[in-house]
Design a protein around this ligand. Sequence first.
Ligand code: ACO
Length: 404
Amino acid sequence: MANATGLISAYATCTGRRNLSSYGISRSGFLSVERNMKRVFLCSAVEGVEGHASGAPSSKPRASRLLGKGCKLVGCGSAVPELMISNDDLAKIVDTSDEWISVRTGIRNRRILSGNETLTGLAIEASRKALHMAQVEPDELDLILMCTSTPDDLFGSGPQIQKELGCKRNPLAFDIRAACSGFLLGLTTAGSFIRAGGFENVLVIGADALSRYVDWTDRGTCILFGDAAGAVVVQACNDDENALLGYDVHSDGDGQKYLNATIKDKEAENVLGSNNGAAGFPPGLSSYSCIQMNGQEVFRFAVRCVPQSIEASLVKAGLTSSSIDWLLLHQANQRILDAVATRLRIPSDHVISNLANYGNTSAASIPLALDEAVRGGKVQAGNIVATAGFGAGLTWGSAIMRWG
Ligand code: ACO
């Protein structure tokens, strides 16, 4: 699999476990500080067992730790598929053009899963990079949140990722399904587990393969999406170091009609024989329809709700938009990024955008763009990043965080 950040030479040269300065992260004394915090939580969540649940695990709890109520981001990583599809490639299969797509969306290329690639594989690659940057071993993870709406396993991919990463203490791993808001909700969920539950190291993954649910004959949607994965490590710290400064999250099921991929039943005979149709039991195998979207309504929703949400997060953080070093929105459409930046009076050179290369990668877009910006030296330690996710559900939310 290609490295999304393979464009950035710093990655290849700066992966030493003790040298995080090139990522903008200073960890000097960090562990010793946090392990001596005053606030005490019982870490039942991390008192895992070694070995596999299916075997006879030996009960070997990790020592209870003294944790603070803050949390900070200490590492990021990303991965994208090999196969790149350009606008010109799409123009060969639907009635569109590079000019229309790039002018209306800013997108020029996207990556699509192919061959033996899996979404879980991308998520694992992104996770390993994030753990490496964070200097956190898989065994130190207390929780894995896999934010995806397109898992390889209907029941969730989190536990599979946990296994592949080699987390022997069986930390909790589960999926969060909230489309393009998934990563943002994963981030705030990580913060909640750390603050209320005594968890210390939480891996938050945003990964999606919407190419699986795109109607490749629909030029209104197939031009938008790409596949990718990104991950961050969120770590407990004391209150003084807290870097998740404020957040705001919402949903509105009434807007589901504007963006969905709902379940549809296949003909019963395809699956379970012919004697199940009349009574409706047993039911036929189900699948999901392709993505249905009213682009204009989704556009209006994003441009209206995202600035409001960021302003609400700023208030909670006790900051104003002039404090924002980087605006990092879900990478849906350059015109949405521009409109939100204009409303918040954020100059365009403070807006992170990589959608030209990857399109809308749903839950992956924020951690993918963050990873590129960190490894490329744009986002530096201490920078204030305003991030926001929005999409199907409808769901949306924002967070103000300090990197490093
Ligand atoms: N190529 C050429 N023409 C096109 C294409 C295309 N790919 N797609 C649409 N058109 C045509 C339409 O048919 C229409 O033609 P008409 O005027 O003859 O009827 C014309 O272009 C304008 O179509 P609109 O839909 O009005 O175009 P718009 O400027 O709204 O752009 C777009 C469409 C890019 C989808 C935009 O609405 C958008 O980005 N919306 C937001 C989508 C989004 O952000 N989703 C995020 C969430 S995704 C998730 O959560 C899973």
